[in-house]
Design a protein around this ligand. Sequence first.
Ligand code: C2E
Ligand code: CA
Ligand code: CA
Ligand code: CA
Length: 279
Amino acid sequence: AKQEGRQGYRFFTPEMQAKATRNLLLLNALRHALTLEQLQLYYQPQVSMPDGRIIGAEALLRWRHPELGMISPAEFIPIAEDSGLILPIGEWVLRRAARQAKAWETEGLGVLTMAVNISAVQFRHPDLPDLVARVLEQEGLAPEFLELELTEGVAMLNPERAIDVINNLHARGVSMAIDDFGTGYSSLSYLKRFKVSKLKIDQSFVRDIDSDAEDRAIVRAVISLARSLGLKTIAEGVETIEQQTFLNQQGCEEMQGYLFSPPLPANQFAALLKRHPHA
Ligand code: C2E
Ligand code: CA
Ligand code: CA
Ligand code: CA
């Protein structure tokens, strides 16, 4: 298969071969990552504007492998999805994040909204709404303090089903944000029927706000669309004062990004809460 064909193309390049080998290695290691306690959640503050208070956190998964080192979720989440491992891992994430939010509340560190990423496979699973309700109940966290982040692409894959699931979760008090907004193709009529509370402006539009007039136009349009639908907006990947200023001028309510803080381990996030105004 590695030989060049007569037309001069290859079915498998050495790079593809190397990637396939690494993926297999990662898959086998990922099967044991949970029981070996190699997974950890980091938390990135979500800040309300213009007052700058920390009002929430996004839980972001980290995998530290003893030999392979830190592996990016961008690399291992797709492997977890393809193999179905995302189901037990996703449940662990949900439980850990809920437990952490409850712990900070109990410690008097703040009543924060905990945002948890939900993958396509989890979203398709019929048990998701019951699972979420069960975990919240077991961890003692009120549903209004959980926010699920679903990418626009996943929501739009099967919008009629997405409406059912989102509305079911909404009825149980769990809120929903559309992640990576602007990268997919939302139809307005669907957006209106989703009971979501927030649009999360993708970082690809935030990155070049200073230099790219089209990105500025998209950001402006998303914020005004959200406003007319009664939704909040949060911008992700905010790294500079200039980006923050533009987003503030447009009326973006919440922000997240390195300008405020990178994702932090729980103890460092707690330390940040102790010295920074919060909800
Ligand atoms: P995402 O949900 O879009 O998360 C935002 C990513 O941007 C995170 O990368 C975060 O660390 C990074 N980020 C935050 N602030 C900045 C900034 O100012 N500049 C830049 N350039 N990046 C910033 P991370 O943690 O590597 O996660 C990558 C993706 O992996 C996430 O994208 C999400 O799709 C997925 N992921 C992470 N944790 C989970 C999880 O628990 N479950 C699922 N299903 N997916 C997860
Ligand atoms: Ca997210
Ligand atoms: Ca995102
Ligand atoms: Ca993303």
